[in-house]
Structures are given as C-alpha cells and as structure tokens.
Design a protein around this ligand. Structure first.
Ligand code: GLN
Length: 252
C-alpha cells in the first residue's frame, strides 16, 4: 500500500512539474490579463514605427490606452499594410490600427470604429521638380504604398501604368530619390517625417484627398467594436487622445 501511495505521489509530482514548467519564465503580475492583438504596419511615422525592438507612435499609444480600458494587455503584430484587413477578418489580430482610412470598399470587409484622427493624402516631389500641382502629375511616374488609398486613388486618376506600388512607404521614397518615380503620394504626417529625414524633397501645397482614420474590427465582433468605441469616447472626452497626438505632432 505504501509503495502504491508513493508511486502516485511521484507521478503527481512529475505531472505538476511538467505543467508548472510550461508557465512563462518571467511571470509579471498581469501575466494572466487578456491579450488584445493590434495588426499594424510599423513603418508609418508618427502613427506607428519601431525604435529598436519597441513599437511607438500615436496609434500604439492610443491602442495601449484602449487596452487598459478593456482590462487587457496590448500586443502589436507588425505586417504589410496590405495584409491587415485580411488578418482582422481571419481573427489573427483583434483589430487593425495603422493610420487606416475609412473607405466604402473597406467597410464591406470590416467594421470601423468612430474616427480618431484626420489624414490628408499629399504629393512629395524633388525640390527642383517641374510638378507644381495635381495636374502636373499627368503622365508622370507616381510611387505609392501598395493597398493604401493613395495607391488606389492615383491608379484611378492617373492610370495604373503610371503608378508603381511599393510594399513600404519608405521604399517609395528611396525610389523617388533614385529617380525611379517622379512623385510619391502618401499621408501627410509620414510625408513630413520622410521629407525631414531626406534632403532635397518637398511636399506640394495642393492636397490630394482628406480622410478619416479609424480602427478596423472583424464584422462579426460587434462586442469589441462597441467596447473600443466606448473607450475612444472616454479617451477623447478626458483629453488623452489630444495629448497623445500632441506628443508626436507639433501644432502648426
Ligand atoms: N491612410 C492610408 C490608407 O489607409 C495609408 C495607411 C498606411 O499606409 N499605414 O490607405
């Protein structure tokens, strides 16, 4: 009898050991908090970018606050901009937040929360360019970021054969500097960041399109949509969102 008991005890010990060793090594107090995953493309400063291994930016900070409101921990999942909506639809991430413009086409695929920021599509050209306005883009080579509104609209307006789509905005800028394209159409805040980082480029004064940024949520997940909207409402009312935006964008 004694032998059987000690055998059972030993088995229990081994089982416990196996189970316990599966716990993460660095257990933090909130390790049991629900994780909420944000799909983004962290090459879109000042909304999302990487500093070393850390994700930073307006969207990352707002999402962190939203997660807090939801009692969850934020996990940022970096991917190509063009994959975000599919990833939301397939439930690989809980929401998409990437300076993403609300469009009628996208609304067929995902639900959007209320808008938290305004975006403007602008045109970047070399300082000595002969392109002075939107008409000047006719017949020129335009660089864009694949799947963005700048990409979609410019293919419509200037012809698909005149638009070269890159997977990253930064790659379109490299192409512009190398003379592979004559202009780049992209959102105004990343445009400002790119022009500040690269000599010899300027932003045209004419704006190409004015848009609303919002968070994309899976169609079926209306519960999460409502929760994020409630969080956004609170964070807008108490000034948190304005404060976050002001941290990254100086008022003009
Ligand atoms: N606002 C643009 C869009 O939604 C670009 C966003 C981005 O490149 N991250 O298409």
């Amino acid at each position: 009898m004694k032998k059987v008991l000690s055998l059972i005890l030993a088995a229990a010990l081994i089982l416990c050991f196996a189970a316990c060793s599966q716990q993460p090594a660095t257990e933090t107090p909130d390790a049991n908090a629900t994780v909420i995953k944000m799909g983004t493309n962290a090459a879109f400063p000042p909304y999302e970018f990487k500093e070393g291994e850390a994700f930073k930016g307006i969207d990352v900070d707002i999402a962190t606050e939203i997660a807090k409101e939801l009692g969850a921990k934020l996990e940022v999942v970096d991917m190509e901009f063009d994959s975000i909506i599919t990833s939301v639809q397939q439930g690989e991430v809980d929401f998409g937040m990437a300076g993403m413009t609300v469009t009628d086409e996208r609304k067929l695929e995902v639900n959007f929360t209320s808008s938290y920021a305004t975006g403007v599509q602008v045109v970047i050209v070399p300082e000595d360019s002969d392109i002075k306005d939107l008409d000047g883009l006719e017949g020129k080579k335009i660089g864009t970021q694949l799947g963005t509104t700048g990409d979609i609209y410019s293919k419509d307006d200037y012809g698909e054969e005149n638009v070269v789509s890159y997977s990253k905005g930064a790659d379109a800028i490299i192409a512009l500097k190398g003379g592979d394209v004559d202009a780049v159409i992209i959102d105004n805040e990343p445009a400002k960041a790119f022009v500040a980082q690269n000599e010899g480029l300027k932003i045209l004064e004419t704006e190409y399109a004015i848009e609303d940024y919002a968070i994309a949520v899976k169609k079926e997940n209306t519960e999460l949509l409502d929760k994020i909207n409630a969080a956004l409402e609170k964070l807008t009312a108490d000034g948190t969102i304005d404060k976050i935006i002001a941290n990254y964008i100086s008022a003009e």
